[in-house]
Design a protein around this ligand. Structure first.
Ligand code: NCD
Length: 305
């Protein structure tokens, strides 16, 4: 079901695949089996040509906790700095490693890497729409904290146009039977038509608003995202929306009991630090789940269980 598969988009996986990943993650967290030497002798390569903290380091931690070795491409001190192409670089990594994790600012890089490489490729985020492993972690976090994904009401706030974490999370929700999704963003940051079409075609109850207060009252999960400043083709476009929403303790105090606030991180100014020590805060738990979810993912792909 998972063995030797590439992970390019969350839509490559059906509900059954995701449930299997989640139960493997549960087993890792419960230490039901000793995983420390599951991937002895394997090598995982990371090829990140865009900044990352959690994704790269949690993949590296996950691989090491399973007993694998990790090699990291450092674009600034590799031959890419001399002008070597990404394609040639990937060919080399494919010769050295058993699994390649790639991150890039360009749409379609992960698919291209999977075409070039014989070994499995995992998309650690490419361009503006796909970050499948982040969506897996986010869905796992919801399932773990709320006991289910079905039947819940979700609010997704922020940059729904350029934010690949938000887009992937929304695509991921379409694999479940959620009650309602609120899309909360300034109009210029609305989801792309292909994402809207998919959400609508599944008959999910979609509410679109710029008014955070209106949405916050009924949601079980509030998924907050950063405005992706670096992806705006025109800086003037960014200036128009910058600072247009800030989630504070005061705003979410009108939420229903049990609300959980998620954020893929990094946050800049859209999520106030005064939420950190409230029961709503779930973003640090979400970040922590990055390691066990990626442990389960790597093990499944490399056929270790
Ligand atoms: C996200 C990304 O890189 O897309 N970060 C992450 O992987 N957790 C979100 C972001 O940069 O805003």
């Amino acid at each position: 079901m998972w063995k030797f598969r590439d992970v390019i988009s969350i839509l490559d996986f059906n509900r059954e695949d995701l449930e299997h990943l989640f139960s493997m993650t549960d087993r890792i967290l419960e230490r039901l089996f000793d995983v420390g030497s599951l991937l002895d002798g394997k090598i995982v390569a990371t090829a990140f040509i865009e900044p990352s903290t959690r994704t790269r380091l949690s993949f590296e931690t996950a691989a090491k906790r399973l007993g694998a070795e990790v090699i990291n491409l450092e674009p600034h001190i590799s031959s890419m700095a001399k002008g070597e192409s990404l394609t040639d670089t990937l060919r080399m990594l494919d010769d050295y490693a058993d699994l390649i994790v790639i991150r890039s600012p360009y749409e379609g890089s992960a698919k291209h890497a999977a075409d070039v490489c014989e070994h499995p490729v995992i998309n650690g985020g490419d361009g503006t729409q796909h970050h499948p492993t982040q969506a897996m972690i986010d869905l796992y976090t919801v399932r773990r904290l709320k006991g289910r994904i079905d039947g819940l009401e979700f609010g997704v706030v922020g940059d729904l146009k350029y934010g690949r974490a938000a887009a992937s999370f929304l695509y991921g929700l379409t694999r479940f039977n959620v009650k309602r999704i609120w899309l909360i963003s300034p109009e210029p940051l609305s989801p792309r038509p292909e994402l809207m079409d998919r959400l609508k075609s599944l008959g999910v109850d979609i509410m679109k608003t710029e008014n955070l207060e209106e949405a916050v009252e009924g949601v079980d999960i509030l998924y907050v995202t950063r405005i992706q400043k670096e992806r705006f083709p025109d800086p003037a476009e960014y200036e128009k929306v910058r600072g247009s929403y800030v989630i504070t303790r005061k705003i979410i105090s009108r939420a229903r009991e049990g609300l959980k606030v998620l954020h893929p991180l990094p946050r800049v100014d859209e999520l106030s630090h005064d939420v950190d020590d409230t029961p709503y805060q779930a973003y640090f738990i979400q970040a922590k789940f990055g390691v066990p979810v990626r442990m389960a993912l790597i093990s499944l792909i490399l056929g270790a269980f």
